[in-house]
Design a protein around this ligand. Structure first.
Ligand code: SF4
Ligand code: SF4
Length: 386
């Protein structure tokens, strides 16, 4: 079947952040130095080639951009300064915008104005809802659960979680359809979808492949980056679990002793988020590492919203302990508004979706391998395993 050429792909990728793609002369140096290319294919060289020839359809079927963890080794070793690492990053942004059937990702990635407007719209909407639908305002002591009854907030959390999951999962389904629908993938036995689940779970929880890339920069540098990322992830996953699954236990007017898990689990999440967001913001500001040389508006927005969510969450706790009712209520409303903006704009449509798509890509690779194995066995006449 003929490959359809998208003459605009090259320019499109530049709009998504690809730098100097046209300088690449396909020498393959980048693939030779990439320590992750060994088991996933010949990236980033093949992707650079697809971008150069405008093979948008083949790019859409490709899993390789998700196998790159952006260590930057390929860019530092590229003799032409074609920035393949950033090209891989731009390709991931482009693919996110293709998976997203609403078209919102594309607008958010391509326009800072859209990004800022979307965030402000959510923030002011949530503040507006609070303005007209809060509970009684008690001023002689802090009564947060009277001002914002926990069952209302829990209902809103679950509703938002359901809607966001719908967008995220339907986008992931499109990703799977394209990657597994590639011409070279043989018939997939249904059991492969189940057997490959551990691959997703392990990589989702640990992002362990990240430790294997960046060998040119030394183990210590790469381990530090991986650990910082893991701490950040543990912070927002802990906060997510507390808020979505244990809100009634977490949001109380009773002040428990510091050694109570309700206090220290929350403090751990806040400390992890503050450390992770600050460390990554400093890295992006300093631009010393290859990985931080280029930052899109969405990268900054991701860190800023997460940082402000944490700071306002700590503010609610401090004002509550200090016994300042009005400061607690107002800060709480801002905290929820910023948190909602982060979740709604970043999770299904923005940078956070990497966190799902990367392990999901490894899951799909595993499914594909099992399908290939089954096809070989069929050809060789080996009876299928019970
Ligand atoms: S990106 Fe650089 S190293 Fe990679 S193939 Fe192109 S010119 Fe060679
Ligand atoms: S950034 Fe690192 S993992 Fe990604 S393609 Fe380049 S060398 Fe490989």
């Amino acid at each position: 079947m003929a490959t359809r050429v998208n003459l605009d792909l090259h320019d499109e990728l530049k709009a998504f952040g690809g730098k100097d793609l046209d300088l690449c002369y396909n020498c393959g140096n980048c693939t030779a130095v990439c320590s992750l290319a060994d088991d996933g294919g010949s990236f980033p060289r093949r992707i650079m080639h697809l971008l150069q020839v405008g093979a948008g359809e083949r790019l859409r079927h490709s899993v390789e951009p998700w196998l790159c963890y952006y260590c930057g080794d390929c860019s530092t070793q590229c003799p032409r300064g074609a920035n393949p690492a950033e090209a891989m990053m731009a390709t991931r942004r482009y693919l996110i915008s293709r998976y997203d059937w609403t078209g919102l990702s594309r607008r958010l990635y391509l326009s800072n104005a859209w990004n800022i407007a979307a965030v402000l719209l959510v923030i002011f909407s949530v503040l507006g809802i609070f303005g007209v639908a809060h509970g009684p305002v008690v001023l002689d002591h802090v009564a947060l659960n009277t001002f914002a009854p926990v069952h209302w907030i829990e209902f809103a959390d679950l509703l938002m979680g359901g809607v966001l999951s719908f967008f995220l999962l339907t986008n992931a389904a499109r990703m799977a359809y394209w990657i597994l629908g590639d011409q070279g993938v043989p018939r997939i036995p249904p059991s492969a979808f189940v057997k490959a689940v551990p691959e997703f779970v392990v990589n989702f929880a640990t992002q362990k492949r990240w430790r294997r890339c960046g060998t040119q920069q030394g183990d210590a540098t790469q381990n530090r980056r991986w650990l910082t990322h893991l701490i950040l992830v543990s912070g927002y996953l802990t906060m997510f679990v507390l808020i979505v699954l244990f809100l009634k236990w977490f949001q109380t007017d009773t002040v428990y002793p510091i050694y109570n898990p309700q206090r220290f689990v929350g403090y751990y999440a806040a400390a992890a988020l503050l450390y992770g967001t600050t460390a990554f913001a400093i890295g992006r500001w300093q631009k010393r590492d290859e990985i931080h040389k280029f930052s899109a508006g969405t990268d900054w927005m991701f860190l800023l919203l997460l940082f402000l969510t944490t700071v306002t969450g700590l503010g609610v706790n401090v004002f509550r302990l200090a016994g300042w009712p009005m400061a607690t209520y107002v800060t709480y409303a801002f905290h929820l508004a910023i948190d909602a903006a982060w979740l709604i704009v970043q999770v299904p449509f923005g940078k956070w979706s990497h966190f799902l798509y990367r392990p999901f890509a490894l899951y799909l690779v595993k499914v594909r391998e099992m399908a290939e194995q089954a096809a070989r066995e069929r050809e060789e006449g080996v009876p299928a395993a019970a």
